[in-house]
Design a protein around this ligand. Structure first.
Ligand SMILES: C[S@@+](CC[C@H](N)C(=O)[O-])C[C@H]1O[C@@H](n2cnc3c(N)ncnc32)[C@H](O)[C@@H]1O
Length: 248
């Protein structure tokens, strides 16, 4: 039987692809090396609800996921009072797993639920300058309400910071900011920081060179507060701001 070089190369290529697929499926299903010890211990003691376990398995950025989990555990341990909030909810992916980490907290959700607004986009550079009103517009408040059900959820549909007044008397223990743009991020820092409980934390996504609007908003805000900005090593480089002292 004559085997050509082409057939050998073809066979090797198929073998490599199959091996890679096998490895990918194996790591997805069985490799738990990325899980921190504290999470494994909580799993063993039955303290992680099944739905949160599923969310962890599916969520691609493990560092971001576990950072939220560690922060929520810290807030519980230290008895930090206050609600959760997210600015930039889209279809509710991150809000969903954050809620599962502490289902008792009320959770304020801020989004237009129809994508970005022209006046926010006008000042952008970097990746955000390529955004249009169509990005993140394929969602709706009705759709997210079907996913995030329960009395803990308070929806603030519309343009932020116009919707901020609906929660001006609230105190927050943890705020996730994921609005991608300079203007809502700056407005969010100005609004949420004075309303953070002592020991509370603000987590801002996308503090990296691809998103100069986020870097600008955070850097400007950093000049006005005593606390340092704490960087994270998650995929998109979130930063955290912890509130010390007394809240407003
Ligand atoms: C990157 S997405 C959020 C992703 C979300 N955290 C998730 O888990 O999939 C950014 C969101 O910010 C919202 N957003 C941006 N600027 C806004 C503003 N000024 N007011 C309200 N929502 C805004 C957009 O509508 C969009 O849904």
């Amino acid at each position: 039987m004559n085997i050509s070089v082409f057939q050998v190369v073809q066979f090797l290529l198929i073998a490599v692809i199959l091996l890679y697929l096998l490895y990918y499926v194996y790591t997805l299903l069985f490799d738990k090396n990325h899980q921190p010890r504290a999470w494994k211990a909580a799993l063993k003691s039955g303290n992680i609800p099944a739905e949160l376990q599923k969310a962890e398995a599916k969520y691609p950025d493990k560092v971001r996921f576990f950072n939220f989990w560690f922060q929520v555990e810290r807030l519980k341990k230290d008895g930090v009072r206050g609600a959760f909030a997210e600015l930039g909810v889209y279809k509710g992916d991150s809000a969903h797993f954050i809620h599962l980490m502490d289902e008792k907290r009320s959770f304020h959700l801020f989004d237009t639920f129809e994508g970005f607004q022209e006046n926010d986009l006008a000042v952008e550079s970097g990746k955000a300058a390529t955004y249009t009103k169509h990005n993140f517009a394929d969602t709706s408040v009705e759709r997210v309400k079907q996913r995030l059900t329960g009395p803990q959820f308070v929806f603030h549909e519309g343009y932020f910071p116009e919707t901020a007044k609906e929660a001006e008397n609230e105190q927050f223990a943890m705020v996730s900011m994921d609005a991608d743009l300079y203007k809502p991020t700056k407005a969010g820092l100005d609004f949420f920081y004075p309303r953070l409980a002592p020991g509370g934390v603000l987590i801002v996504h996308d503090y990296n060179p691809d998103w100069p609007g986020i870097v600008k908003a955070v850097d400007e805000f950093a000049q006005t507060i005593p606390e340092p900005i704490v960087p994270l090593v998650d995929q998109d480089n979130s930063v955290m701001i912890f509130k010390v002292g007394s809240s407003a």
